[in-house]
Design a protein around this ligand. Structure first.
Ligand code: PMP
Length: 439
């Protein structure tokens, strides 16, 4: 342990300072819902490495499948030859697509790369240029993805000019529209659809607009599910004007919301669906999935990447899909969802601490708790930075948990196979942390 501490002390200062971190020290082991640090800390992990290790850390079967693939074929470069795990992954994913017309797959390494590929595909296929995105959206850190990211200026500050041709409308979230907290969801929805209508009349003509990209549950923007009627409205407009609808399920997909895909609740059919994070349970892989007729409009050789569709990552993802089918993961998400909401709603209803909680929201095990902003409650001294301070208090008490957005939001992203006991334990730590911070 001392050797690792010495390593940390002497080398951590050489890590590029642009990489932010929420904990100090070296993480040495991951084991299901827990992680360990070199100094002996064992922490309950309700971050899943930001929605990635969704079936738990170092899942024996997933790591085993990857290890086996490692000893056979690590890398083929898919433009030299396809490998078996690539095709097995397609075989596993086809039956769980939100719409059977989504039948054509391109695997990449990261969510950002998938976003880049989707933008490129939309432009090439439609012969149009402009992209519409949502206020509060997060799609990644590469240049195209950064251009359609609107959740925090820190991601692009000083880095411009960004990719041109990007327009945005508000996401139906009261903060994004600057309306009162209790505005009915129908009003939020119609205000945002009106913005889209005006945008297409005033700023980017439908004949110039290639695609609209949206997360069905706003992730880095505050864990806000899009109302189904909003998604349906977007679908209608996109269909009418031949604008491709890109559904970014990098964070919300692969079972996170209690279904394989969050978009299913709305019945909306994506033109392009993006997946990453939980797909590989920690092995880097993402997917851009579309209809054959859309993909078929691209010329051979126009997309590719050295590691895209890596054999080890694909083998891990094949096992992930298998675990969903064999281990009742979605059923667990739905059962734990009820317990998590019950615990958080109880806290919100609490006479003492409840007044600091504005909202409890989400789907499945993608759940946000929003605290009041500094001006939230008239006549009372409101503790500042509630979300950050509660998250830090949780860390001090042995649970990793993250904030999200520029608002006061904490997000729960426990493993999808979290046990009843561990969820209860996490809720108890959170409750204690909230009480200590607000009192
Ligand atoms: N889209 C969404 C919805 C995301 O949440 C993220 C990552 N937080 C990305 C894209 C980017 O993925 P990556 O970090 O793998 O590039």
């Amino acid at each position: 342990a001392q050797a690792l501490q010495d390593l940390y002390d002497s080398k951590a200062s050489h890590v590029h300072p642009a990489l932010g971190r929420i904990t100090e020290g070296i993480m040495t082991k991951g084991d299901g819902t827990y992680v360990e640090y070199a100094d002996g800390r064992r922490m309950l992990d309700f971050t899943c490495g930001i929605g990635v290790t969704n079936l738990g850390h170092a899942h024996p079967k997933i790591s085993g499948a990857a290890a086996k693939q490692c000893m056979n074929l690590v890398h083929s470069q898919c433009s030299i030859a396809l490998h078996e795990p690539y095709l097995r992954l397609i075989e596993g994913l086809l039956p769980i697509m939100p719409d059977p017309s989504l039948d054509t797959f391109f695997f990449w390494n990261s969510g950002s790369e998938a976003v880049e590929a989707a933008i490129k595909m939309a432009r090439v296929v439609t012969g149009k240029q402009n992209i519409i995105c949502m206020g509060g959206a997060y799609h990644g850190r590469t240049y195209g993805a950064m251009a359609v990211t609107k959740s925090k200026t820190v991601y692009s500050e000083g880095a411009g000019p960004l990719m041109p041709g990007v327009f945005s409308i508000s996401f139906p979230y009261w903060h994004q529209l600057g309306v009162p907290r209790d505005t009915p969801v129908e009003d939020l929805t119609s205000a945002c659809l009106t913005q889209l209508d005006l945008l297409l009349k005033q700023q980017t003509a439908p004949s110039d607009t290639a695609a609209l990209i949206i997360e069905p549950v706003l992730g880095e923007g505050g864990y806000v599910p899009a109302p189904p009627a909003f998604l349906q409205g977007l679908r209608e407009v996109c269909t009418k004007h031949n604008i491709l609808l890109i559904i970014d399920e990098v964070q919300s997909g692969m079972g996170r919301t209690g279904d394989y895909w969050a978009i299913k609740e709305s019945g909306v059919k994506p033109d392009i669906l993006l997946t990453a994070k939980g797909l590989g349970n920690g092995f880097p892989i993402s997917g851009v999935i579309t209809r054959g007729e859309i993909a078929g409009k691209m010329k051979k050789g126009t997309m590719g990447g050295t590691y895209a569709g890596n054999a080890v990552s694909c083998a891990a993802a094949v096992e992930v899909v298998k675990r969903f089918k064999e281990d009742g993961v979605l059923e667990n998400v739905r059962a734990r969802e009820k317990e998590l909401f019950a615990a958080l709603e109880k806290l919100k209803a609490d006479a003492e601490v409840g007044k600091w909680i504005e909202d409890v929201r989400g789907r499945g095990l993608m759940v946000g708790v929003e605290f009041t902003q500094a001006t939230g409650v008239a006549g009372e001294k409101v503790p500042k930075d509630l979300a950050k301070r509660v998250a830090q208090r949780c860390v001090d008490k042995g649970m990793l948990i993250l904030t999200t957005s520029v608002f006061e939001v904490i997000r729960f992203i426990p493993p999808l196979n979290v046990s009843k006991e561990d969820l209860k334990k996490g809720c108890a730590i959170f409750e204690e942390a909230v009480s200590e911070v607000v009192k």
